[in-house]
Every structure is written in structure tokens, then in C-alpha cells.
Design a protein around this ligand. Structure first.
Ligand code: IPM
Ligand code: MG
Length: 353
């Protein structure tokens, strides 16, 4: 299996190094994994003048899967928009056609105290958010900032085609079939035409999945329900911008954004795997970041791209074990637990494997 490894910026390098240690264990046990590193984000700009260098894109296209750390940093905020790290991330998603972004929000029982919600509200939480990843206002044209009537205006276009909605809806229904068979489609159809189309197309696709119970929520209500009674959800499917926001919100239910992995898949389950958090420049280089989201992203890679549930379960079990053993990075630490560094957490997972 060929893996493109793109550590990126900030804590990206530190957390990816821990995930690579997990891959090294699998290699030692006989898995054939070839890893090749490349630059993305600010690292791509610094080394090659482009947040998604041509070589990185080529390598990623040729690979079976991509492991990504994080991109971004304050030193890049003043660059021209196309040169900014985030643009590299958006471009690779688009270029690889990774339209289905799976973001599970799962609470490990031992971390209930680290959640900002009451333990009884989040205990047993297990939600899968399916976020559309290559459309919406993120990519819609026209977009820009220009002068109209003597003042600056900024504008973006929220747009979805039927086929874009249909393909992500199929992914979401498929996942719901393998889980609790309940799917909630989130949009803003009371205001937006784009959402009205989304709702219609999801309802059409639903006819092919009679066993799945489909519900719909407006995004404002969904945001409220997520903190009021998050356990009502099984699978959520939503567009790019709503999914971006709701998945950050859902991460807090699980104790820390440092716990949440993600998979971004194309139509053939080729994927890019990354934690949902960012590059955290404020803590970069201090070896204190939580590597578990990245390690769990490797588990997702095995589950979805390599269709190897045994290995995925093995990695996830190791993470469960270190949490049960009381190892915590700073973001999930509570009284009585053992505080470990990013490296320390990686070592603990390796030992548990
Ligand atoms: C995410 C991030 C990205 C996004 C940023 C870094 C462009 O917030 O993956 O959720 O908005 O998609
Ligand atoms: Mg986000």
C-alpha cells in the first residue's frame, strides 16, 4: 500500500510522527506499507512557493491513501489568497474528488468529565457526521471582493448540483445502514434555495433506503439539538459549510477536538485521512499536542480505504486501552490521570498495540 504522508504545519509534524509510529508497528508485523513524504500548506509555500506543490499532488494522486497533519499559521495570513495554506487543503480535496467527509464524534466513557457538557448528556455518544467536501460556498463561483456603488462588497456563491447532493446522500445512507439506520439531513431550506434542492434530492435518494429513517433539521435547530440532546443523532448528512461548523461543535461533546479523526473519500473509497483540528500554532513545537485524532485517522484509513476492519479495530482498541490506563495529553487531562506528551501518548499507543 502506497501512502502519501503530508505533515503540513504547526503541530502537524508532531502528530503525524506519532501516527507513523503506529504504521511502523503494522509494518513490523508484516503489512506492506510504503510511505512517501511531501509538503503541503505553509510548508509547501516555504519550500516550493505553493501550498499544494505539483509534486505533492502527483504523489497524492498516485498513492492509495493520504495521511495529512494540519495546515496554516499566522505567518501566512497576509499572503495572497491562492498562496495561503488553507487553499492547498481545499485544492487537494477538490483535485482528488474527496466529496464525502466522514467525521465521527464518539465519546470514550473515561473522557466524559473532559466534555463541556454534563456527563449524562454525552455518555454513550456516537455520532457520524457526513460532510459534503467539494462543493458549496467553499468552491462556488462567482466569488470575490469588489467595489460596487463606491464601497467594497464581499460575495460567495452557495451552490449544489443534484448529482453532488445525490452522491454524498448515497454515502450517508450507506453508512446509516451499517449503523443505527437513522439519518438526519441538515440544511436551511426555510431560507436558501440551495438547501431546498438539497432537501428534495435527499428525499429522493431515501426511497432507495426504505430501512433508514430519514429526518431533516434546519441547521440552527441542529446546532441547538447537538448540545441539548446529542444522543438523538445517529448519522448526520450536511453541506460543506454547515458540516464544517457542526463538526467542530460536535467535537466538544467528545471532550476535545484533539480526539476526532476524519476520512475524506472519493467514489472509490480512496481517501485522505486527517484529524479535524488545525495546526494549533500556539502549542506547536512543544510536544504537547494530542496525537490520538491522527492515530484514529489511521484506523479509519484501514477501515475505509484498505477495507481491513481487523487492523482498524486493533488501532482503536489500543487507543481505548491507553485512555483506560489513564494516559492524557493536556487537552483531555483531568485530576488523577497521568499527563503525557505528544510523544508519550504515541509511545503508549504503540505499547498497547
Ligand atoms: C476543516 C478546516 C478547513 C475547512 C479549513 C482549514 C480550510 O476547518 O477541515 O474543518 O474549513 O474545511
Ligand atoms: Mg473546520
Amino acid at each position: 500500500m502506497k501512502l502519501a504522508v503530508l505533515p503540513g504545519d504547526g503541530i502537524g509534524k508532531e502528530i503525524v510522527a506519532q501516527a507513523v509510529k503506529v504504521l511502523d508497528v503494522l509494518k513490523k508485523d508484516g503489512a506492506s506499507i510504503e510511505m512517501e513524504y511531501a509538503n503541503i500548506g505553509g510548508a509547501g509555500y516555504d519550500a516550493e512557493g505553493d501550498p499544494l506543490p505539483e509534486t505533492t499532488l502527483k504523489l497524492s494522486k498516485a498513492a492509495d491513501a493520504v495521511l495529512l497533519g494540519a495546515v496554516g499559521g499566522p505567518q501566512y495570513d497576509k499572503l495572497d489568497r491562492p498562496l495561503r495554506p488553507e487553499r492547498g487543503l481545499l485544492r487537494i480535496r477538490k483535485e482528488l474528488n474527496l466529496f464525502a467527509n466522514l467525521r465521527p464524534a464518539l465519546l470514550y466513557p473515561e473522557l466524559a468529565a473532559a466534555s463541556s457538557l454534563k456527563p449524562e448528556v454525552v455518555a454513550g455518544l456516537d455520532i457520524m457526521i457526513v460532510r459534503e467536501l467539494t462543493g458549496d460556498v467553499y468552491f462556488g463561483q462567482p466569488r470575490g471582493i469588489e467595489i460596487r456603488n463606491g464601497e467594497r462588497v464581499g460575495f460567495n456563491t452557495m451552490i449544489y448540483s443534484e448529482s453532488e447532493v445525490r452522491r454524498v446522500a448515497h454515502v450517508a445512507f450507506g453508512i446509516a445502514m451499517k449503523r443505527g439506520k437513522r439519518l438526519c439531513s441538515v440544511e436551511k431550506a426555510n431560507v436558501l434555495e440551495c438547501s431546498e434542492l438539497w432537501r428534495d434530492v435527499v428525499a429522493e435518494v431515501a426511497k432507495e433506503y426504505p430501512e433508514v429513517e430519514l429526518s431533516t433539521l434546519y441547521v440552527d435547530n441542529a446546532a441547538m439539538q447537538l448540545v441539548k440532546n446529542p444522543k438523538q443523532f445517529d448519522v448526520i448528512v450536511t453541506g460543506n459549510i454547515f458540516g464544517d461548523i457542526l463538526s467542530d461543535q460536535a467535537s466538544m461533546l467528545s471532550g476535545s477536538i484533539g480526539m476526532l479523526p476524519s476520512a475524506s473519500l472519493d467514489a472509490n473509497n480512496k481517501g485522505m485521512y486527517e484529524p479535524i483540528h488545525g495546526s494549533a500554532p500556539d502549542i506547536a513545537g512543544r510536544d504537547i499536542a494530542n496525537p490520538l485524532a491522527t492515530i484514529l485517522s489511521v484506523a479509519m484509513m484501514y477501515r475505509y480505504t484498505f477495507a481491513d476492519a481487523v487492523t482498524a479495530d486493533r488501532i482503536e482498541a489500543a487507543v481505548k486501552k491507553v485512555i483506560a490506563q489513564g494516559y492524557r495529553t493536556g487537552d483531555i487531562w483531568t485530576e488523577g490521570c497521568t499527563k503525557v506528551s505528544c510523544t508519550g501518548m504515541g509511545d503508549a499507543v504503540v505499547a498497547a498495540m
